[in-house]
Write a protein that binds this ligand. Structure first.
Ligand SMILES: [Zn+2]
Length: 403
């Protein structure tokens, strides 16, 4: 945690008075330098891959054996907290340092990986680096420029070589990520850590409600086809349907726009977004369909048009059942109760699931606050997470001995 705090200020931040660390910025390179020093001290050999990820390797009993990857991201959003991402990396370094101090080697190597771009805070992409490692990135996805017009190709990586960061499945045993929860569930349950079951499936729609614009003073109430009032009723229906669902389902309207958007004109059109997520894609689709049916019913009753387009559909990314069991055992061995929870947010583990089995450990953060300088983790919780991580590594080693 002290290392995360150290990385929270200049020269490891690109922003005065707060933390912003963009992919391939001066702060990014400085932070990689600090991490490389800590990795070396922990007994790792350090390299930078073709996607500018920093990787430290702690060799197995048999040199060259496949690796357990332990990672998270080094980049941050603007005015970020200090633990979203880096804590998963520094915990990995601590775990390896404990193994080194104990003279312990395992049947697999351990590679601690600090991914470059996860947040998409500099270039308009997300999880660029874990997708490169997982081998799911297409070459045309690298045709990117930041808001200052600097192309990725001119930002300090060789774009022509970028996709060679991909790992072969044979070189990797599993991927493990410890990350702050960024939600309130662990705090509400008075738990330091939880086993993540997977990353929620997500579907996003754009809805355009068509009414008739009219004079706010002269059009009587009975004669109106108010697109904004119709949209408002639809939004309340979204909340009611999601609240009535007893599963992990969440549904959100986060953006709305009324046209023409004048105080004295009845809105002729309203457009809004809909985002629906659940760990179970069938539950997600059931709720989404109920919501869209409600939209059509409201539009019919109000004689409004309603055009619905599905703009984004991400499948769920389940964690590996065997690894979840090992993580539960390690949690119990650390004297902590077990809680399994779904991640509503995306993480590098989601991209890495295309390469290998994945496991994720969530760590309690105060008030569930993240992407905010007020983000806070108790040092005692980070210590518990380290013990669980070490237990998980030993459990995984034991499954190799029994295999
Ligand atoms: Zn994160």
């Amino acid at each position: 945690m002290a290392r995360c705090d150290a990385l929270g200020v200049a020269p490891y931040s690109d922003m005065a008075g707060g933390l912003y660390r963009g992919y391939l910025t001066p702060a990014y390179h400085a932070a990689q330098g600090a991490l490389a020093g800590w990795m070396t001290s922990a007994g790792m050999t350090v390299r930078r891959d073709a996607a500018a990820n920093l990787i430290g390797r702690y060799e197995a009993v048999t040199p060259g054996a496949p690796a357990l990857l332990i990672g998270s991201h080094l980049d941050s959003v603007r005015d970020a907290g200090r633990y979203d991402g880096p804590l998963g990396v520094t915990l990995g370094i601590e775990a390896v340092d404990a193994l080194r101090a104990a003279g312990r080697r395992l049947p697999f190597a351990i590679e601690v990986i600090a991914f470059g771009d996860e947040e998409g805070s500099r270039f308009p992409a997300a999880m660029l680096c874990s997708r490169a490692v997982a081998g799911t990135l297409a070459a045309d996805a690298l045709d990117l420029a930041d808001k200052d017009g600097i192309a990725l190709a001119d930002a300090g990586v060789d774009v022509g070589n970028y996709l060679t960061a991909a790992r072969t499945p044979a070189s990797v045993r599993a991927y493990f990520e410890a990350h702050i929860e960024q939600g309130p569930l662990l705090e509400a349950e008075h738990l330091a850590v939880g086993t993540v079951t997977g990353i929620a499936s997500q579907v996003r729609y754009q809805i355009a409600v068509q009414g008739t614009a009219g004079h706010a003073g002269t059009t009587t109430m009975a004669l109106r086809h108010d697109a904004l009032a119709g949209a408002a009723e639809m939004i309340v229906a979204v909340e009611a349907i999601a609240r009535a669902d007893a599963s992990d389902l969440v549904a959100t309207v986060g953006r709305i726009e009324a046209m023409p958007g004048a105080p004295n004109v009845i809105a002729g059109q309203a457009q809004f977004s809909l985002d629906v997520r659940s760990g179970n894609a069938a539950w997600r689709d059931r709720a989404a369909n109920a919501i869209l049916d409600a939209f059509r019913e409201i539009a019919d009753r109000r004689s409004l048009g309603c055009a619905i387009s599905r703009i984004h559909d991400l499948p769920a990314s389940p964690c590996d059942p065997l690894l979840m069991d090992l993580l539960d055992h390690a949690t119990l061995a650390a004297g902590q109760p077990v809680l399994r929870l779904v991640s509503g947010a995306g993480h590098d583990a989601m991209a890495m699931a295309a390469l290998c089995p994945t496991a994720m450990l969530f760590i309690r953060c105060k008030g569930g606050v993240s992407h905010n300088p007020a983000e806070h983790v108790d040092a005692a919780d980070a210590e518990i997470a380290l013990q669980v991580m070490l237990g998980f590594i030993e459990q995984l080693g034991a499954t190799f001995a029994n295999a």
